[in-house]
Design a protein around this ligand. Structure first.
Ligand code: NDP
Ligand code: HEM
Length: 498
């Protein structure tokens, strides 16, 4: 026993016996002064924290971003300068499943990055898809409700999903990717990551550029069919954790090529689509991806809970040279994540080692629960601003250039003047016969039990993307569920005119 560390209470006192409670007599009841027992039970009761309201099931690892290209004319961010090497944390996730969900489930995958830069943490909280289901944040909580459990049955509801999607045609792009091969990757290293939103770059001269981030897998795309995933889940629910954790333990380090698309402010005035619309991509032909570096995952966390479960990513974390954009989804996210972290992890979640910036931090926020670091202003007498005691001071060089805005404050109908079909047609045209056939059967499988009027409403949208899309899903529905079209008028289908 001599070479083992001494077991102690949380207050550091040695524990003499960790196997036998303190009782009144050999056969007697436990005594209330057995504080080791009380402490042990009390801690067990507090082991769980709220799971993330979305993206609860996840897998993560540390790595490095190396910049090989030169985009210094677009951004002053030190993390993106030629030759820069920055440590990072990457957490992958599924969206809808709870903490114990099986890994190989069809769902969008989260791709959340935290870069520990010398100018503060930069978080790029993206997905494995370049677009999203909705373009207005007012619709996000309702959308998520359709992905979670029905309040009465406590089961997930295909009816709710397709009802919402068929009434929200802006979702077609993301739904098509979700139901395609890319909706069920074999493991995190076999998929791309996308920042998805339009962000901005700004340079030393105060010029602003719009930018989209892409992380292209160097392992190649690999996917499971529904049948393969069903067979697999019967054997293991943790296939992503096994592949990611096991691979790194074996010294197999996954890599992604990092690319950006850049658009000038003038070009943004001329695109046929809204470049800040999260349901759209920027076509590569118009805005060619520029290769800027490589990202590698090479180190596992030592403690999953401390470092992956307690990791807190937020689109509000940007650094000088990188900014947001007029994408209204992004503004909502700038609020939502830090708010979620304060609830899920506590006020000082950024003081947890995994979230701590790897650069000096000075601010005038004071006190609060679990504050073990005091107040960081650089001088104990400087606990307010302005002060005469050399407390931390603002840094004007970090000022972002002004953002031009115009227009009247109003609630604008985001459906008007927005083509929800064209880019989905471009995607559908990329699919070969096998990809199309799997798309159709995946959709048919996901529509099991959905009422005919909702199916018909969704089929009208598929027809607008491509006649083959509608015909293919209709045929697959017949094979899967014996589904036959009911005589429902366009009006009854509740589909708005194109
Ligand atoms: P391109 O042909 O230049 O780009 C096609 C893109 O589609 C590539 O990035 C490719 O990713 C990706 N892709 C290929 N097969 C699939 C698939 N089965 N599922 C999902 N993505 C796939 O054309 P455009 O840039 O004009 O885009 C055409 C359509 O491609 C878009 O409407 C969009 O749906 C989709 N797309 C476009 C992206 C973009 O940023 N422009 C990004 C991702 C998808 P990879 O190289 O990794 O194979
Ligand atoms: C997680 C809100 C859209 C990617 C979360 C969480 C919230 C949230 C509250 C849980 C955070 C936590 O507890 O740590 C929202 C809102 C959105 C939105 C309000 C829209 C208005 C998006 C979009 C993407 C995205 C568009 C991707 C492009 C993620 C990812 C996570 C996440 C990857 C998990 C982060 C992690 O690994 O910890 N979201 N989200 N979300 N979201 Fe969103």
């Amino acid at each position: 026993m001599a070479d083992r560390p001494t077991l102690t209470t949380t207050a550091g006192a040695p524990i003499s016996d960790n196997q036998n409670s303190r009782t009144a007599g050999e056969r007697g009841p436990v005594l209330l002064d057995d504080y080791q027992l009380l402490e042990k039970l009390a801690h067990q009761n507090r082991e769980r924290i709220p799971e993330r309201v979305v993206h609860a099931k996840g897998w993560g690892a540390y790595g490095t971003l190396k910049i090989t290209g030169d985009i210094s004319r677009y951004t002053k961010a030190k993390v993106l300068q030629p030759g820069a090497e920055t440590p990072l944390l990457l957490r992958f996730s599924t969206v809808a499943g709870e903490l114990g969900a099986a890994d190989a489930e069809r769902d969008v995958r989260g791709f959340a990055l935290k870069f520990y830069t010398s100018e503060g943490n930069w978080d790029l909280v993206g997905n494995n898809t370049p677009v999203f289901f909705v373009r207005d944040p007012l619709k996000f909580p309702d959308f998520i409700h359709t992905q979670k459990r029905h309040p009465r049955t406590n089961m997930r509801s295909a009816t709710a999903m397709w009802d919402f999607w068929s009434l929200s045609p802006e979702s077609l792009h993301q739904v098509t990717i979700l139901m395609s091969d890319r909706g069920l990757p074999v493991a995190p290293m076999y998929m791309n990551g996308y920042g998805s939103h339009t962000y901005s770059f700004w340079n030393d001269s105060g010029e602003r550029f719009w930018v989209k981030f892409h992380f292209k897998t160097q392992q190649g795309h690999r996917f499971y069919t529904n049948a393969e995933a069903e067979a697999l889940i019967g054997k293991s629910r943790e296939t992503y954790q096994e592949e990611l954790f096991g691979g790194i333990e074996r010294g197999e380090f996954s890599k992604w090529t990092v690319q950006v698309q850049v658009m000038t402010e003038a070009e943004a005035e001329r695109t046929s689509y809204n470049p800040f619309d999260l349901t759209k991509v920027w076509p590569h032909g118009e805005f060619p991806p520029i290769e800027i570096g490589v990202m590698e995952l090479n180190r596992n966390a030592d403690n999953y809970f401390a470092e992956i479960e307690q990791a807190a990513f937020s689109p509000s974390n940007v650094v000088p040279g990188i900014g947001h954009s007029p994408d209204k989804m992004l503004q909502a996210r700038v609020f939502s994540y830090a708010d979620a972290h304060r609830y899920r992890l506590g006020t000082h979640y950024e003081a947890l080692p995994v979230n701590q910036p790897k650069c000096p931090v000075h601010h005038y926020h004071k006190d609060g629960q679990m504050n073990f670091f005091g107040q960081k202003t650089g001088n104990v007498d400087a606990y307010y601003e302005p002060n005469s005691f050399s407390g931390a001071a603002e840094q004007p060089s970090a000022k972002e250039p002004p953002l031009k805005l115009s227009g009247d404050a109003d609630r604008y109908n985001h459906r008007l003047g927005n083509d929800d079909y064209g880019q989905v047609t471009a995607l559908f045209n990329l699919f070969d016969a096998g990809q199309r056939s799997r798309l159709f059967s995946n959709i048919a499988a996901a529509m099991d039990g959905v009422p005919g009027e909702i199916i018909e409403r969704q089929l009208v949208h598929f027809a607008r993307i491509h006649p083959e899309y509608e015909a293919g899903v209709r045929a697959a529905l017949k094979v899967a569920h014996g589904y036959e079209a009911s005589a429902i008028s366009q009006e009854e289908k509740g589909v708005a005119a194109e």
